[in-house]
Design a protein around this ligand. Structure first.
Ligand code: PLP
Length: 390
């Protein structure tokens, strides 16, 4: 069967897929249906945290699969409780709500913020300040939170209650607070889909102060930046802030769908029985895999992320055909002189799979990608950036 043709005929047209079918992999190597090998720099958009078929994650998943695959949230289940405990102990957060995706993790954050605003401040305090150029998901409400018009076209009407400030411009956040009865700020610390742009530390700390001053929640979307990706377990830990809510997903599940919304003191009891829920959220298999991921992201792994990041940045910054390198840890954006699609095509032909963010190459390799593979991949990117083959 021609899988590409079958997909085009039967799968909804929501993805501009690369003309490539991935069928298997091992660590940071993946293979197409012809057996061609590629170095994976995308990890399924920051999902396969320790690569494909990571043995410890696989063992945890299979062990749970042999016990029970799903319980629903009507009953207690050990993986869900153990994962919440590990997340709270490693972050200082107090409670966790589990869902299945980043968008759902943000939906929970938005509900918690509105509930907080309306019960603590007044009925009209439901506005949430987000940033222009942000990305928070594809549901109607997380799209409304997303500060990019391109995602909004033809999906009106959106829920009201979102105001958009300019990243790295504190006066713009101040203005949003002055003009809206706000219950929270929601922002990414590195705008991923927006072009891999880290926020300035001073700005982020300034936003934290404004939240305190206005009795609003500071909510950090760590769907992409979380779980070791930026060289910290969660990026907020490197910014020296104490958020009220942190949402995450992607790498947490190591390849299975899971979303988590971590709640700090002010909101740990905001959502009560019946006010929020999910059939699959905290599914035992996904949660068992996630425990194996989160427990392994220790200082040694994080140092490895930082060392790999430094290597990539030092090799690519100033290289011929490369205008700039942005990002944090192993979440990097490479701005090119050539058209990004042409560079991607050349990388694919040379057996390397980066992805894209706007007009940049986006690099999201496994946290433990072997240095030897990284060196080969970087050499390919350097060649592709100047239109050469190796
Ligand atoms: N928030 C951020 C920062 C993201 O990068 C993404 C996905 O790319 C999402 C939310 C949405 O996550 P999901 O696709 O799992 O719903």
């Amino acid at each position: 069967m021609d899988i590409i043709q079958t997909d085009k005929q039967y799968v909804a047209n929501t993805y501009a897929r690369f003309p490539l079918q991935l069928v298997s992999g091992n660590g940071s190597l993946v293979y197409d249906e012809t057996g061609k090998e590629y170095i994976d720099l995308g990890t399924g958009i920051a999902v396969n945290a320790f690569g494909v078929g990571d043995p410890e994650w696989k063992a945890a998943v299979v062990e749970q699969l042999d016990k029970i695959q799903h319980t629903s949230n009507l009953y207690y289940s050990a993986p869900c409780a153990m994962l919440a405990k590990a997340l709270c102990e490693k972050t200082g957060m107090k409670k966790v709500f589990f869902s299945n995706s980043g968008a759902e993790a943000n939906e929970c954050a938005i509900k918690a913020a509105r509930h907080y605003g309306q019960t603590r401040k007044g009925k009209e305090y439901y506005h949430i300040i987000t940033l222009k150029n942000s990305f928070h998901g594809r549901t109607i409400t997380t799209l409304a939170a997303t500060g990019q018009d391109v995602f909004h076209t033809n999906f009106n009407p959106f829920p009201t209650g979102f105001a958009y400030a300019t990243a790295n411009d504190l006066s713009s956040v101040e203005k949003c607070f002055a003009e809206n009865k706000a219950c929270a700020v929601l922002m990414e610390l590195v705008q991923g889909e927006g072009g891999v742009l880290p926020l300035d530390k001073d700005f982020v700390r300034g936003v934290e102060e404004l939240c305190k001053k206005n009795n609003a929640l500071l909510m950090i979307d760590e769907v992409q930046t979380g779980n070791g990706r930026t060289g910290e377990l969660y990026a907020f830990q490197g910014y020296g802030i104490s958020p009220d809510v942190v949402s995450t997903a992607k790498g947490l599940g190591g390849g299975l769908p899971i979303g988590a919304t971590m709640l700090f003191e002010r909101v740990e009891n905001t959502l009560t029985a019946g006010s929020h829920g999910s059939t699959f959220g905290g599914n035992p298999i996904a949660a068992a895999g996630a425990v194996s991921i989160i427990e392994r992201i220790d200082e040694e792994v994080l140092q490895g992320v930082r060392a790999r990041s430094e290597y990539i940045v030092s090799e690519l910054s100033g290289a011929e055909g490369i205008k700039s390198v942005s990002g944090l840890g192993l979440m990097l954006g490479v701005e090119l002189e050539r058209d990004v699609n042409e560079v991607l095509k050349d990388c694919f032909q040379m057996g390397v799979l980066p992805i894209k963010a706007k007009n940049k190459l986006r690099l999201l390799p496994a946290l433990n990608i072997p240095m030897e593979l990284l060196e080969r991949a970087v050499a390919v990117i350097k060649a592709a950036a100047k239109g050469e083959r190796i």
